[in-house]
Design a protein around this ligand. Structure first.
Ligand code: NAD
Length: 355
């Protein structure tokens, strides 16, 4: 099994190093090859997604990604900026399904802005369609308004659209993910107002026939936003389109209090995926040895579960992470009085020991 390791910029190399250490501590042999990406790619080869890095990502069974970006690249032309690397990887690898678990370990309940009883033990999975919807629909632009009361004035416009195959493939990912968890799926739409999302709802309902063991319900996006902060533990798996998913997944991330704890996966139709923490490159703390490596370590666990078919090893890593939290070890972002403050390296070591 070949893993492309792309550490990237800022805290990327520090946190990815810990995840690699954890993978090496399992009773499995992985062929891991590292390549520069983002600002590091630009420095090494003049492009955020160098040819060799893309080739490695295409050949590998999975990609373990750190993070990209640094303020020092803000003056570069847009196509050369570090963030373009992640967009290029999504496009070239056809990563259309974004999986973001929002888990709140009981030990960290105090880190959330919500009351502990509302979020303690939270374990939900948001699946966002990543390559369609209004973010990519054509036509789009600024034009002269063709009709209505503002005819003749300038207007901005975008196009919301979803094809049947696009909805079917994300629905299959969601039903299969639900089968591996609590067997409940909520499809979030705006079918009361938008034709695109009435169509979405009809197709998801049709795909459901192939998954009778999963309980499906539908929810309007405004209600879903409200329920996410009112009673988030009622959800198991949520599936939704690109724009609604963008907003809901960030809201869900914040339920858990710390961005340093949240992994993510972006998958193609064959479950090949790119795995990365939900946070960015945190240039403000890069090189200080204080970044929380757990989101990246948990991303590696997701990689084992979804792309490499090693669910048991994934469970082992997740259990080890729970164990170090129970031992009271905390990086500064999740530190509370009465716990033990550790750095990036020590946290990685502790997970290896717990394994
Ligand atoms: P960020 O997520 O990098 O940082 C936000 C805050 O969270 C900072 O205070 C940071 O110190 C803290 N933080 C983030 N990860 C942490 C961790 N593991 N442990 C402890 N604290 C952590 O977001 P930002 O500051 O808006 O962006 C910084 C750079 O990252 C930008 O260049 C941005 O474009 C890039 N970015 C990249 C990705 C990606 O690679 N997929 C995603 C988001 C942002």
């Amino acid at each position: 099994m070949k893993i492309a390791v792309l550490p990237g910029d800022g805290i990327g190399p520090e946190i990815v190093r810990q995840a690699v250490k954890v993978l090496n501590a399992l009773d499995e042999k992985f062929d891991m090859e590292t390549a520069p990406v983002g600002g590091a790619g630009y420095e090494a080869h003049g492009h955020p997604l160098p040819e060799g890095t893309l080739k490695l990502a295409l050949e590998a069974d999975a990609v373990l990604f750190g993070s990209v970006g640094d303020w020092k690249y803000d003056k570069l032309d847009r196509p050369l900026r570090p963030e373009q690397a992640i967009l290029g990887l999504r496009k070239n690898l056809n990563l259309f399904a974004n999986l973001r678990p929002a888990i709140l370990y009981p030990e960290l309940a105090g880190a959330s802005t919500l009351k502990p009883e509302v979020v303690s033990g939270l374990d939900i999975l948001i699946i966002r369609e990543l390559t369609g919807d209004i973010y990519f629909g054509q036509p789009r632009g600024v034009r002269e308004c063709p009709d209505g009361p503002f005819k003749g004035s300038r207007e901005g416009f975008d196009t919301m659209r979803y094809s049947e195959p696009e909805i079917r493939r994300i629905a299959h990912v969601a039903f299969q993910a639900a089968q591996k968890r609590g067997k409940r799926l909520t499809s979030v739409d705006k079918a009361n107002v938008l034709e695109t999302f009435q169509f979405w709802k009809d197709i998801v309902t049709d795909v459901h026939k192939e998954y009778p063991d999963v309980q499906l319900d539908h929810m309007y996006v405004d209600n879903a936003a409200m329920q996410l902060v009112r009673a988030p533990k009622k959800f198991d798996v949520i599936v939704t389109g690109n724009m609604f998913g963008d907003i809901l997944s960030d809201a869900a991330a914040m339920l858990t209090g710390s961005i340093g704890m949240l992994p993510s996966a972006s998958l193609d139709a064959n479950n090949k995926g790119l795995y990365e923490p939900s946070h960015g490159s945190a240039p403000d703390i890069a090189g200080k040895g204080v970044a929380n490596p757990l989101a990246t370590i948990l991303s590696a666990a997701m990689m084992l579960r979804f792309s490499l078919n090693k669910a048991e090893q994934a469970d082992r890593i997740e259990t080890a992470v729970k164990k170090v939290l129970a031992q009271g070890l905390r990086t500064p972002d999740i530190y509370e009085e009465g716990t033990t403050k550790v750095g990036t390296e020590e946290m990685g070591e502790a997970v290896v020991k717990a394994l």
